[in-house]
Design a protein around this ligand. Structure first.
Ligand code: CP
Ligand code: NVA
Length: 309
């Protein structure tokens, strides 16, 4: 654990495959301790500052509760209500907060804004979602797949829908850990080509696979896990109508999952729009593990906090 102290967690691939697997083992351990009622409090007296420029249920609550369980404090700050909202530079904010708190979690729009925060802060910065990445989510997702499938290497993971922040982090993490990744997105909503190239490189090293297509059936064929996310992410609301049309053939429904393995898992980072990206039958059906995923945010983030802070 010592080797990660002071590091940032802006992208899931800040860590290599071996380190990610160590973090998943730590997450599972931290989860077990909590289930046994045994305290794990390495962060006594420590404070996590949490800056939010976008809405959140899971990220906000799991980080705040997680810090409490680790013996420290999680402190919510709305970006709008900080002086940041009145134009104080992010660089000054980084330096000031570095004098008060021991780490910062931030959820915002631009990823480069978070990189700027990290550049000027002397404490670990954790990405709680940007327009480009959602690394804490990916860690919880991989933990969930690992728990249910008993392995990660070779697991066939299909992501269907928008090539967004959740897809980017999931795919990078899965490629690092040797999963067989298939992504189906409509034309115009593909994952960033540079991220696909990176993931392809990681998959080569880990023995995994990386495939992108516009055909959801091709992606889901024989899949062990089927993942989707909303069609309209936070910050893209004005595109909603256009997106509903563009994604119409990418719904995860009974017909699509019939192509998956019988014991497939359904995953979604939540919040979900039933009847849009996924049908009620699939998301509320017996193969859905969405609430395990949500719970695992807590355990995976406690592991990250314990490792970095
Ligand atoms: N999955 C996720 O990050 O949820 P919140 O937006 O509720 O934090
Ligand atoms: N892609 C979604 C994820 C929300 C947790 C968004 O960015 O709004």
């Amino acid at each position: 654990l010592q080797k990660h102290k002071g590091k940032d967690f802006l992208r899931v691939d800040e860590f290599n495959g071996e380190e990610l697997m160590e973090l998943l083992h730590l997450s599972a351990h931290v989860k077990q301790l909590q289930k046994l009622g045994q305290p794990f409090q390495p962060l006594q007296g420590k404070t996590l500052g949490m800056i939010f420029d976008k809405a959140s249920t899971r990220t906000r609550v799991s980080f705040e509760v997680g810090m409490h369980q680790l013996g420290g404090l999680g402190m919510f700050m709305s970006g709008k209500e900080l002086q940041l909202g009145r134009g104080e530079p992010i660089s000054d904010t980084a330096k000031v907060l570095s004098r008060y708190v021991d780490a910062i979690m931030i959820r915002t729009f631009s990823h480069s804004y978070v990189e700027e925060l990290a550049l000027h802060a002397s404490i670990p910065i954790i990405n709680g979602l940007t327009d480009l990445y959602h690394p804490c989510q990916a860690l919880a997702d991989l933990l969930t797949i690992w728990e249910h499938k008993g392995k990660l290497k070779g697991v066939k993971l299909a992501y269907v829908g928008d090539g967004n922040n959740v897809a980017n982090s999931l795919v990078l993490g899965a490629a690092l850990l040797g999963l067989d990744v298939r992504v189906a997105t409509p034309v115009g909503y593909e994952m960033d080509a540079a991220i696909v190239a990176k993931a392809t490189g990681y998959a080569k090293q880990s023995g995994g696979k990386m495939m992108v297509t516009t055909d959801p059936i091709e992606a889901v064929m024989g899949a062990d896990a089927v993942y989707t996310d909303v069609w309209t992410s936070m910050g893209f609301e004005e595109e909603n109508e256009v997106r509903l049309k563009a994604f119409a053939d990418y719904q995860v429904n009974e017909k699509l999952v019939a192509a998956a393995a019988r014991d497939y898992l359904f995953l979604h980072c939540l919040p979900a729009h039933r009847g849009e990206e996924v049908t009620t039958g699939v998301i509320d059906g017996s193969r859905s593990v969405i609430f395990d995923q949500a719970e695992n945010r807590l355990h995976a983030q406690k592991a990250i906090l314990a490792a970095l802070v």
